[in-house]
Design a protein around this ligand. Sequence first.
Ligand SMILES: NC(=O)c1ccc[n+]([C@@H]2O[C@H](COP(=O)([O-])OP(=O)(O)OC[C@H]3O[C@@H](n4cnc5c(N)ncnc54)[C@H](OP(=O)(O)O)[C@@H]3O)[C@@H](O)[C@H]2O)c1
Length: 290
Amino acid sequence: MKIAIIGSTGQLGTDLVKALSAKHDVIGLTHQDLEVTDYNSCLVLKKDRPDIIVNTAAFHKTDQCEDEPLRAFSVNAVGARNIATVSTEIKATAIFISTDYVFDGSKKEPYTEEDAPNPLNTYGISKLAGELFTKQSPKHYVLRVSSLFGVAGASGKGGNFVETMITRAKKNESLSVVNDTWMTPTYTKDAARVMQEIIEKRLPFGVYHASNQGPCTWFQFAQEIMRLARLNPTLKPIETSQQQTKARRPTFSALRSTKLPTYGIQTREWKEALADYLLEKGHLNRTSLA
Ligand SMILES: NC(=O)c1ccc[n+]([C@@H]2O[C@H](COP(=O)([O-])OP(=O)(O)OC[C@H]3O[C@@H](n4cnc5c(N)ncnc54)[C@H](OP(=O)(O)O)[C@@H]3O)[C@@H](O)[C@H]2O)c1
């Protein structure tokens, strides 16, 4: 299959290119190659006529989205609409990457594909709008992921949580991390594999949750990073209310898929994925894991 990946040098985009290139003709599109907010720029896709268009582009600095709602909607919603329109025109499948932040957190247990979204912040609202626009394309997948970490680091966020924690621990900074906000850390390599399986097994179009397994708090995530990387900083659990942030965030946004296992697609526990990531990044070696 011919697969175009928008945001190909981003954190998830990098692993998608790696995962899909082995078996498919992958066209990587950077921000310089294509601007999702500009329909005319998206027409470049008509030249290559891919079978599948994966849109990883996003404005995903959650707090900044509150200050710049027009930009959030332009990239996350209008961008998705432009890609859905072009996909429809060339009869391609549109794949949109969405987020756990479409949920409000009131469920207090992992959200499945059947749960109703109710985003609390501008980022989540704009991504939900992006989902709805994507669904206008007759052939579409919406893949929701959460708290991504990948070797490339998020270009839109300037890295990822794992690297931030390790860098700060190595500088002997004491770390205060929220212990009452739950999510599912997700390795982009694993999310890319899930997408590959969805595409290759030709799953029915629709929404899928593509996170790793198991909820944890950001503090528990940080603890495991330090344990595996054998770092010993002062690590303090704090409450979300002790942090002033512009955007409201769901206090529980872990994801779980009820659909993927029925097609034989399983993801591993986040701790296992984290160990693999740390190995790949060179933060630990195989003997220290044994
Ligand atoms: N990171 C997370 O924790 C997280 C959690 C849940 C969901 N998600 C979703 O997962 C997706 C991938 O996230 P990521 O961490 O891989 O992000 P990322 O590293 O910031 O990658 C996004 C890519 O899209 C490009 N891009 C940004 N704006 C664009 C535009 N207007 N037109 C075309 N390309 C544009 C970026 O290029 P430049 O950097 O050159 O602008 C970058 O290559 C996003 O849709 C995000 O909403 C992320």
